[in-house]
Ligand binder design. Sequence first.
Ligand code: FES
Length: 136
Amino acid sequence: MAKYPKFLMEHFQNPRNVGEISDPDGVGTVGNASCGDIMQMYIKVNANRIIEATFKTFGCGAAIATSSILTERIKGAALDEALKISEETAKEILSQLPKEKTPCFTLATDALKLAIEEYRCKQEGVHEKGGFDMKD
Ligand code: FES
């Protein structure tokens, strides 16, 4: 069995920010093809900053711990800053764990990317237009 660093075990045993945001500005949903688990990340944005971030997952302990850590770290961050924090968090965590756990950890970072993308699309009105415009 893989050994997990203490800070990850703590987040696994006592995860923060679990659940949905009732009126989210962005939601990202991703799946881990290797195990079939699912992750959803919810964000609330104000003045281009993430003011709330939560997650729900059917993933393993590694997925739960990473999502808990990531949602804690991105609160208050501007959107681009949050993506940078996400990359740095992934590097930090992945450097301490076995390679086979990589897809579990990237669930959180991928879900965050999609949640931010969805928020940005809503801001640009892409959803209201019914999708992307085709060029002639
Ligand atoms: S084993 Fe499925 S997310 Fe980790």
